[in-house]
Ligand binder design. Structure first.
Ligand SMILES: Cc1cc2nc3c(=O)[nH]c(=O)nc-3n(C[C@H](O)[C@H](O)[C@H](O)COP(=O)(O)OP(=O)(O)OC[C@H]3O[C@@H](n4cnc5c(N)ncnc54)[C@H](O)[C@@H]3O)c2cc1C
Length: 356
């Protein structure tokens, strides 16, 4: 995808070419808006999106995330929603594990999810394992039609398609400030100024604090996310994606007999650039915490350790409302950006254009 010199004007500037900015820009161009994508990095999907696990499922214990994730999964699964006509979803299934006492809540959720996905969502309360995942004494919600996507590929597909229509891409342009005026907003970047009708920031964990003139996002903090890629030993079968809500451990299968494993890494306020190296002790404790779910993991070879970060906040609003209706801050929160991206992009695009 070609980055071109900054235009003098655009209907909407989208700052950030992660999965959230890409989805917003794509959906804006679907409505005919002239969009300029601007990012400080030299490539698209350079932030949290690049290294993301991309696990997608409809259920989430946070009802705000759950609604967006359900609509997001429907879009990921529907080939008609994709410019190439191919769904990016790898349907390996998803297992969400909780305490036994969560079984009635899971059953309620399964009933409503089955209204959308047909009879593909179920609950197990007394089994030892399901879809290759040990349940470690918990109850589980099983979503057969969930799985994972490749976040950089989805991001690239959205931006490529948008740039084939009414959008343009501007990389290596650091946004330092914005000035609202009667006719719109002036966006100041290291590559020049753009006059736009509206500016949408989707800068993830970077937050908008560093963009002068932009109302600061409320309390966005960076938090480390560290995962590892392991090679499954001979004879160990594949498994569904899963998360155990009791401990936060998760895993997803990868091709070539590999799996990605993770566990919350509670290191806050990490630098965005350069990022600290992976912590081998965290990988060791992740393996230990996963043995009850994937018994083979103790013998698995660790091939790669990956450390990145995301923006976290206690406030679960995707869109930060500003008094100035030309300025929008959008961010997914707390490690859920991929699940919600298709729905967030569609609804934000609609809201921005409705105020034009
Ligand atoms: C290891 C890992 C695993 C994950 N697993 C999952 C998962 O399984 N499922 C799930 O749903 N989510 C997952 N997440 C979370 C999800 O990936 C993120 O929430 C999502 O990618 C955030 O996307 P974004 O577009 O908001 O931000 P980013 O991808 O971080 O993009 C922000 C962009 O803004 C640009 N930018 C910042 N400041 C400026 C500026 N001043 N000027 C110009 N450009 C700027 C950056 O260069 C960057 O390209 C995971 C995250 C990580 C790190």
């Amino acid at each position: 995808m070609r980055s071109v010199p900054l235009p003098a004007t655009a209907d909407v500037v989208v700052v950030g070419t992660g999965i959230i900015g890409a989805s917003i820009g794509y959906h804006l161009t679907e409505q005919g808006a002239r969009v300029a994508f601007v990012d400080r990095a030299e490539g698209v999907a350079a932030g949290a999106t690049r290294l993301s696990g991309g696990m997608v499922r409809a259920y989430d214990p946070d009802p705000g995330v759950g609604g967006l994730a359900l609509a997001g999964l429907e879009r990921y699964a529907d080939p008609g929603c994709w410019p190439t006509g191919c769904s990016p979803l790898v349907e390996v299934g998803s297992v969400t594990i909780g305490p036994r006492a969560a079984a009635p809540v899971f059953r309620d959720s399964a009933r409503s999810l089955n209204r959308v996905f047909g009879p593909s969502v179920s609950v197990v309360a007394d089994a030892r394992e399901s879809m290759g995942v040990g349940l470690a004494g918990g109850a589980a919600l099983i979503e057969e039609r969930a799985g994972y996507v490749s976040p950089p590929e989805v991001t690239t597909e959205w931006i490529r398609h948008a740039c084939g229509s009414t959008a343009s891409l501007h990389l290596g342009a650091h946004v330092s400030g914005v000035r609202g005026h009667r006719a719109g907003a002036s966006l100041l970047t290291s590559a020049g100024t753009i006059e736009a009708g509206a500016v949408v920031t989707a800068v993830g964990g970077w937050g908008t604090e560093r963009i002068s003139g932009f109302p600061p996002a409320h309390g966005v903090r960076t938090r480390s996310i560290q995962v590892a890629v392991v090679r499954r030993p001979a004879g160990a079968g594949s498994h569904a994606t899963f998360v155990d809500l009791r401990t936060g451990v998760y895993a997803k299968p990868l091709n070539g007999g590999r799996s990605l494993i993770g566990r919350p890494h509670l290191v806050w306020g990490v630098p965005t650039d350069p990022q600290p190296p992976p912590d081998p002790e965290h990988t060791r404790s992740t393996v230990e915490a996963l043995v009850d779910h994937l018994p083979w993991v103790a013998e698995a070879e660790v091939i790669q350790e990956i450390r990145s970060f995301d923006g976290y906040t206690e406030k679960s609003d995707v869109v930060e409302e500003h008094q100035d209706e030309r300025l929008w801050s959008v961010r997914a929160w707390n490690g859920t950006g991929v699940k919600v991206a298709p729905e967030v992009g569609s609804t934000v695009a609609e809201s921005v254009l409705s105020r034009f």
